[in-house]
Structures are given as structure tokens and as C-alpha cells.
Ligand binder design. Sequence first.
Ligand SMILES: NC(=O)c1ccc[n+]([C@@H]2O[C@H](COP(=O)([O-])OP(=O)(O)OC[C@H]3O[C@@H](n4cnc5c(N)ncnc54)[C@H](OP(=O)(O)O)[C@@H]3O)[C@@H](O)[C@H]2O)c1
Length: 322
Amino acid sequence: MQLRQLGQSELKVSPVAMGCWPIAGITSINVTEQDSLATLQAAADAGINFFDTAYSYGYDGESERLIGRALGSRRDEIVIATKCGQHWGPGRERVRDGSPERIRQDCEESLRRLGTDRIDLYYLHAPDPDVPVEESAGALLELKNSGKVRAVGVSNFHAIEQYEAFHAVCPITANQPHYNMLQREIEEDRLPWCRDHNVAVCVYWPLMKGFLAGKLPRDHKWDPKDGRQKYPVFQGEEWTKTHDFLDRLRPIAERAGRTLAQLAIAWTIQQPGITAALCGAKRPDQIRETAVAMDWELTPEDLAEIEAAIAARGPLPSRPAL
Ligand SMILES: NC(=O)c1ccc[n+]([C@@H]2O[C@H](COP(=O)([O-])OP(=O)(O)OC[C@H]3O[C@@H](n4cnc5c(N)ncnc54)[C@H](OP(=O)(O)O)[C@@H]3O)[C@@H](O)[C@H]2O)c1
């Protein structure tokens, strides 16, 4: 496995990153502190050096604190990406705030929770509709110039004009949109823009929130606390169609002696312009499994079969939401 250059920065990252949302326990179930700490360790032991978190992963910054605790002694071996501009309000409602004051405050608090003096990659979590994107970019540029942040990224930006406006004030090193075998909208405009501007693309939901790992049976009964069941793609006829899609992929994974999760991740990190796949996990076995995908190169025949299966599945019911 080779580390990849993160955009125009000097940072080098593993193509599989550990996504640290599930360990925050807001939408995922049966999460324990012991498992979460062990999962972070297992990721680093499996060759993953890239950890993706956010100020808002956990109502009280749990995800960042866990990273600080589990990996503090390995700080120089890892690349920490976190995000600002989104937090939880008093009623646990999600609040976007991309104002310069809030960004500076978020940064100080994240540094404290992570137990570090620098954030390697700092994203604006999403544009704030009430704050011009140039103002948020200005605050991030200041943090970069101060040395508290090594590189700046954006997430959940849709219009190319937003990228252009941000980039004109503060160079974007990485972009974080969602992307997986069945959700490929970014190929139309955002991937080409990133390629033309030497911006890394680190994608979330490569497993479509776990579905593409193929471990949820057709008759799966959702736990009432599982946040995934609200998405149309996990309901009714769409659920059946996506299961049929997985059944077409299974033989490709089986003949290579790999799992569906490994297939989904190997495919993602082999797509042109994709720098890293952010793989969520809450137990060590999950991240050990997905890490193996870094060493699997799909053949042109595998890739053609996967494309045929994607075409047969057809488009998802709604875009851009899952
Ligand atoms: N920028 C943003 O707005 C944004 C939004 C979403 C996510 N993200 C980032 O992207 C990361 C990935 O997204 P995600 O965690 O929501 O979704 P994901 O990576 O598509 O799926 C993660 C879920 O898949 C299941 N899973 C993982 N490995 C598995 C394996 N080997 N076998 C079976 N199941 C497995 C686990 O769920 P179960 O065990 O519960 O089945 C896990 O919680 C996040 O952690 C976060 O860092 C960013």
C-alpha cells in the first residue's frame, strides 16, 4: 500500500481513512468506549494513518476526545482531519455557523479535545447560508497562517461557484463529498474541478452507511434507534433492488477471496481522482476488514463487471440525499 499525496500539501495519507462518526454514537447503535478506542488502535495497526472526525461528531466532542486518548502517543504517525462550522444547539439541533469568530473558537476547542497543537487538515463542514463563503475562508486562512492548521478543506459544497469563491481566498487542499458505487454525482462537475485544481478528494459513505458491506440481510429488522432506516434507499422496492445489486457483486468478491466491503472500498479508491475513502467503523473487526482493500487492485474485468451491475441497478430514488 502506498501513501497518497494530499492535494498540493506535503501531507501523505493512506487511501483508506478511518471515519470517526460511528464511534460518536449519535446515529449508530451498541457503541462502547472500549470498542471505539480499540477500533482506532486497530486502524493504525492496519496501516491506516488518516483519521476523519469533526467538532460535531458527538454531542460533546466524543469522537475527537477518543482520538486524542487512543492515538495521542502516535500523534506524529497520523494525519488528523477535523471540521468546523457545525455544532449542536441546546436542544441537540444541528447548527451551522461559519462565522470567523465561531471558526476560531471551534478550532481552539478541537485542539484541546484532540490533545494536540495542530490540526493537519481542517475542513469547513458545510457552507453556512448566512455567512459569505469568503468570510469563512478568510478565517481558515488565518488559522493556516498561524500554524494551528496545516491544510484547509471543504465539505458538502455543491456549486462550483462556491469552490471558486472559497479557493480565491484560501487554497483548498481537500474536498469531502459523498461518493460510492451508487452515488456518483460528483463525477459530473466536482471531480473534474478538483483534478484541475490539484485538490484531493476524500469521500464519505463509501459503504453507503454500511449497506454495501452486504451484511444486512434482506429481512433485516431495523433497531428503532438506527438512524439509517429513514432513507428511502433502505426501504421497500429500493431495498430489494440494492440487494439484487449486491448479489451481482458477490461472485466478483468471492473469486478473489475477498468480502463485499473490501470490494466496495477497493472500487472507490481505484476511481480516477479519488484520494481516499473515509470508512466508518465502530468495532476493530470492521476497520481491519476494510483496511485490506488498500492492497487489492481490481482487474479491468472486475471493473467492467461492476459497471454492468451498477447500470443494471439503475439510479437511486433521490439525489443528493441518501
Ligand atoms: N462531511 C460530512 O458531512 C460527512 C457525512 C457523513 C460521513 N462523513 C465521514 O465519512 C465517514 C464514513 O461515513 P459513515 O461512517 O457514515 O458511513 P460508511 O463508512 O458508509 O458506513 C459505516 C458503517 O458501515 C458498517 N461497517 C463498516 N465496516 C463494516 C464491515 N467491514 N462490515 C460490515 N459493516 C461495516 C458499520 O455500521 P453497522 O456496524 O452499524 O452496520 C459502520 O458504522 C464518517 O465516519 C465520517 O468520518 C462525513
